[in-house]
Design a binder for this molecule. Structure first.
Ligand code: ATP
Length: 743
């Protein structure tokens, strides 16, 4: 048969002060020896090396008690160690006892005086839980039903239904599932904590994330507006620049043309002023002088002509008188002539402004009057011939004078015409000057207007530059691209209002952007994307956690199902075996394990009268339901039922039957029974030995016994003795010697 336990080595452990090794070669090994020789220490060595944490179950108070305490012959040790060697070679199906790729596995535990423990797996230090997990996989360890310590045979009967159930589960190999379930539950709990943590992290982030999202939305909007602004501004600036340049050129041309015209007008005005000025005036003066002298000449010549005419009249009168009798009658024409002359002379006098002229006229008038009177008185007449000659001479002179007078009159007319003409010319020049001046005023106005327009244009240019600067600040340097842009269609001919409309639109957009209050916002966008990534990460994590919680729950449910199924199935088999063993041991009767109604831990305790004054809070924590295992026993030929009424031997037999039944479904690799047979009488010892033999077919057995029947069932016997030095010693013995050794 396959032996999973190859050997155990105790060194410095309890009474084994010296290194001692037990090598197992038979399915049933019996350890025999006198009381106090150290047999139970071997069983405890097994407990120890398999990871037992209860000091009590190793009859100690502290780790130090497990170390060889020393004796006069052998000083105490510093460390106590036990090493157990498993055969881990694969079976026919390739399965190994322990889930580790070694054909031989050595588990070692060492305890030091300071209570520190060390676990080694094939010489490599490992953790306790690694050992426990490895052994649990092979159905070793746990509730400890495999190692029945001395006096503990009825432990399973004394145990609470809950502990009993644990032992049965352990025996059924459900410990591994229980471990897995506990592990999953722990993970589920951890996952739950992490889910809560993650949720609370997300809750913490949420307001900030929302705030940032709002900010980023504003920034995006701001960016869109900026893009819109950039487009509008580009067009506007391109148009504005084109228009301003064109206007500037046009106004410059206009100004030049006006200035040119102004120059020409100035020259013309100078010319006109010249005409109207000094030369015109001196000519007019000359003409006036000429006029005045001609008038004087004409007046003189008229006087002369009149004198001559008078003389002629007188001469003609004389001539008539000579022809006719001189009469005192004065001819009428003569008188008229005289009156006219006097009248004219007086008129001249009237006109004259000065005394001398008046005096001269008065003198003249006086001489005329004298002459007229003399004529009347009849001066001595001249001869007829002389008179005729006088008349002819005077007539001829008169004619000449008259001609002279006519010539002068013509000259005078001409002079007058000249003056009129000169005046006319002066008027024309005056008119022209006036016209030119008004034209110049007009042009000056135009020039002023174009200067004003140019200075307005300059301030427009300034505004334009300002707008460019502002645009660069708001939108970026690329806004300067306007100067590369083609002049937009119709930019130079459209209504200026259109551009003004664009400008207002841009201003409105700028205000909106300013109101949005967002600067560049890169930092906010970055923070938002980081925070969002974090939130998304947390959300994914949450989903992962929830998924893993879900699958853990599934696993737990599955495990529970498996445990439940295997438990009930195993329990059925255990009960079948129990029925058989019990009947064999008691020659009838029956025993049965049954599942109690699920109960709350608290109720059970109350029922047992324990922990009465426990806190209510603890009660809350103990709401968990469990269904323990109870035993129903009925002995043959006895009416009374129940564990309480059994004798010591009957309790031992019932326990043995129970323990053996439990090993049937999922036989453990080995069982260690420390004087489980102590209370049996001879007949029962025989039955016990039979059962041991039967059991040995499935599990390796190490039995510590004083019982001969049990010894005879063993394939090999070890004797433990203790000498004067207090050190347990080991010797291999034959059955014949065994009884002697055991005494
Ligand atoms: P019985 O047949 O009466 O059950 P046993 O063979 O099982 O006896 P054990 O109980 O294994 O005997 O051994 C007890 C002996 O081991 C005692 O003599 C005790 O002094 C000794 N012992 C226990 N711990 C130590 C220790 N730390 N150092 C030295 N000896 C120890």
């Amino acid at each position: 048969m396959f032996l999973s336990l190859k050997s155990i080595e105790l060194s410095g452990f309890k009474s084994f002060g010296k290194k001692t090794e037990l090598v197992f070669t038979s399915p049933i090994a019996a350890i025999v020896g006198p009381n106090g020789s150290g047999k139970s220490n071997v069983a405890e060595g097994f407990r120890f090396v398999l990871g037992e944490q209860s000091m009590k179950s190793m009859r100690s108070k502290k780790g130090e008690d497990l170390i060889w305490g020393g004796s006069p012959g052998l000083p105490r040790g510093n460390r106590g160690g036990v090493k157990v060697t498993f055969d881990n070679s694969p079976d026919r199906s390739g399965k190994r006892l322990l889930d580790i790729d070694f054909n031989e596995v050595v588990v070692e535990r060492i305890v030091y005086r300071d209570g520190q423990n060390e676990y080694l797996l094939n010489g490599t230090q490992v953790r306790l839980k690694d050992v426990i997990r490895l052994l649990a996989g092979a159905n070793i360890g746990g509730s400890g039903y495999q190692i029945i310590s001395q006096g503990e045979a009825d432990r399973i009967l004394n145990a609470s239904p809950r502990e009993r159930r644990e032992m049965v589960e352990d025996a059924l190999g459900l410990k591994l599932y229980q471990h897995k379930k506990a592990e999953s539950e722990r993970k589920l709990e951890e996952t739950g904590v992490n889910i809560e943590k993650t949720k609370s992290l997300r809750r913490e982030i949420a307001p900030h994330l929302n705030f940032l999202r709002n900010q980023v939305e504003k920034i995006e909007k701001g960016r869109e507006m900026k893009e819109e602004l950039a487009a509008k501004l580009s067009e506007y600036l391109a148009r504005e620049n084109a228009w301003i340049s064109q206007e500037d050129a046009r106004l410059l041309d206009d100004a030049r043309a006006h200035e040119q015209e102004m120059k020409q007008l100035t020259v013309r005005l100078q010319e006109a002023s010249g005409k109207r000025g000094e030369s015109g005036a001196s000519r007019a003066k000359d003409l006036q002088n000429t006029l005045r002298s001609l008038e004087a000449k004409l007046s003189d010549i008229r006087k002369r002509r009149e004198e001559i005419a008078r003389e002629l009249g007188r001469a003609e009168g004389a001539l008539e008188a000579t022809n006719v009798t001189v009469e005192a009658i004065v001819p009428v024409p003569h008188v008229r002539q005289f009156v006219r002359e006097v009248d004219e002379a007086l008129s001249d006098a009237e006109r004259a402004g000065d005394i001398s002229t008046l005096q001269r006229v008065i003198g003249d008038v006086r001489s005329r009057i004298r002459a007229f009177v003399e004529g009347l008185s009849g001066t001595a007449p001249a001869t007829n011939e002389e008179v005729r000659k006088d008349v002819e001479r005077l007539s001829a002179t008169l004619k000449t004078v008259e001609q002279e007078e006519a010539r002068i009159a013509t000259d005078l007319d001409m002079a007058r015409a000249g003056i009129a003409e000169s005046r006319e010319q002066s008027f024309a020049a005056e008119r022209e000057s006036v016209e030119l001046q008004s034209k110049m005023r007009e042009i000056r106005t135009q020039l002023d207007a174009s200067h004003t327009a140019r200075s307005q244009l300059a301030s427009l240019r300034q505004r334009f530059e300002e707008e460019v600067r502002e645009g660069v600040a708001l939108v970026g340097a690329e806004i300067r691209n306007w100067h590369d842009a083609a002049i937009p269609h119709g930019a130079l001919s459209e209504d200026r209002n259109m551009q003004e409309k664009r400008r207002r639109e841009i201003e409105r957009l700028k205000i909106k952007i300013e109101e949005s209050g967002m600067g560049n916002g890169d930092a906010v966008v970055k923070e938002f994307s980081q925070t969002r990534e974090r939130d998304e990460f947390l959300s994914r994590e949450l989903a992962d956690l929830e998924a893993s919680a879900g699958s853990l729950k599934d696993i737990i449910a599955e495990l529970e199902k498996t445990i439940d199924m295997r438990f009930h199935d195993g329990l059925k088999h255990i009960n079948e075996a129990l029925k058989n063993f019990f009947a064999k041991l008691f020659g009838g009767g029956h025993a049965k394990l049954f599942v109690e109604e699920p109960r709350r831990a608290r109720e059970v305790r109350r029922g047992a009268g324990l922990d009465e004054d426990e806190d209510e809070e603890d009660f809350e924590e103990e709401q968990e339901l469990y269904a323990g295992l109870s035993i129903d026993v009925s002995l043959p030929r006895k009416k009374i039922r129940g564990l309480e009424v059994l004798s010591g031997g009957e309790r031992a037999l019932t326990s043995i039957a129970l323990i053996f039944s439990m090993t049937q479904v999922n036989p453990p690799p080995f069982l260690i029974l420390d004087e489980t047979d102590a209370a049996l009488d001879e007949a029962n010892s025989k039955r016990y030995a039979d059962m041991i033999q039967e059991l040995g077919g499935k599990s390796q057995l190490i039995v510590i016994t004083h019982n001969r029947a049990t010894m005879s069932a063993a394939g090999e016997l070890y004797g433990v003795t203790m000498g004067q030095d207090g050190v347990s010693k080991l010797l291999s013995v034959k059955l014949e010697e065994a009884e002697r050794v055991a005494k």
